[in-house]
Write a protein that binds this ligand. Structure first.
Ligand code: ASN
Length: 331
């Protein structure tokens, strides 16, 4: 079994500077020390680094594309991949990679850490060994994310804590595995249709509207001006919104009439968006909006960017929001 490790940035490879933590550690050397400590020195572990390694707060579709390109470039050199990534936007990146690599047919496991690798008591070693173990097990498939003690499907995760070593959760899907002696693997698998020969991510204009009690239609209108390529709404509960607010339903009808797809997510981590269950859910036009069902917000955002990058628009894009490309939705 040959594994390739790609280092993209994040706290795991950061060092102290006058401006706070910045990427700068020699991760190639650190990785060879990890391999030796974990008794993996006989294994084939390749290494590459995305240049420059970044704080994942600076990531976007350009960085997702660079990461996907790096994995594709090393495809024939390895049987599985580990990506060392910053945790802040790792759930977006692992979702984005899930769609772009839905037909890659080799396992890719993301991980990162809450503390720098060279810091005493860091979780970097155990997370990296966990991700390597998942790949070496031969049981990981698709894009996944290992953190703390759990392996999750990469398009079902969200960062839940800034400090807990169990920093990620998968609110709507059981973990793929729990590390232990031995590891417990779950039998569950989501159906997915894949996506052969995807076009590269490009920077898309997606407006995100986060509802709060008392928000005015004018405030929301400013978020969708100029007209975006798609709108993602973080609505209440199962997809509700202030339908009594003057102009609110008309604003969304106007967006739909101009062909802007409206994707309705929930502010609840554990959600199953079903529009129209309440009168307040009718604030979105039925033929111009789609509920994100039980997708995480990160997966819904990355999927919208993916579908726009594939050239999909309007109704076609909304139809794909309801189909599982990489296991991002429950059946
Ligand atoms: N700011 C860091 C990052 O996302 C946080 C981390 O990796 N723990 O790159």
């Amino acid at each position: 079994m040959r594994v390739h490790v790609t280092y993209a940035g994040g706290t795991i490879g950061m060092v102290e500077s006058e401006r706070g933590l910045v990427p700068g550690a020699d991760m190639r050397t650190w990785l060879s020390e990890v391999a030796a400590l974990a008794g993996l020195e006989g294994s084939s572990i390749g290494f590459s680094q995305i240049d420059p390694p970044i704080d994942s707060s600076n990531a976007g579709p350009d960085q997702w594309r660079a990461l996907v390109d790096d994995l594709v470039r090393h495809r024939d050199e390895a049987d599985g991949f580990v990506v060392l990534h910053g945790t802040d936007t790792m759930a977006y990146a692992s979702s984005a990679a899930s769609f772009a690599l839905a037909s890659f047919s080799k396992p890719v496991v993301f991980t990162g850490s809450q503390l720098p690798a060279r810091c005493a008591g860091s979780d970097a070693y155990s997370n990296t060994v966990g991700a390597l173990t998942a790949v070496f097990s031969g049981r990981a498939t698709g894009v996944s994310l290992f953190f703390g003690r759990h392996l999750f499907r990469g398009c079902r995760v969200t960062k839940r804590s800034t400090w807990d070593f169990e920093g990620f959760e998968s609110p709507c899907a059981a973990p793929l595995a729990c590390a232990g002696a031995p590891w417990e693997w779950s039998a569950a698998s989501e159906s997915a249709c894949g996506w052969p020969d995807p076009l590269a991510y490009r920077r898309c204009d997606i407006a995100v509207v986060d509802l709060v009690p008392g928000v005015s239609t004018a405030r929301i209108e400013s978020a969708v001006t100029p007209l975006p390529e798609a709108v993602l709404v973080r609505a209440y509960g199962i997809g509700n919104a202030p339908c009594d607010e003057p102009g609110f339903p008309e604003l969304f009808e106007g967006l739909a009439a101009r062909g802007v797809p409206i994707v309705v997510c929930s502010q609840c981590a554990q959600a199953s968006v079903a529009l129209g269950r309440y009168e307040a859910g009718t604030a979105f036009p039925p033929d111009g909006s789609v509920g994100a069902r039980d997708m995480t917000f990160e997966a819904a955002y990355a999927k919208t960017a993916f579908l726009l990058s594939q050239g999909l628009r309007g109704r076609d894009l909304m139809a794909w929001m309801g189909r599982s490309i990489a296991g991002e939705l429950s059946a």
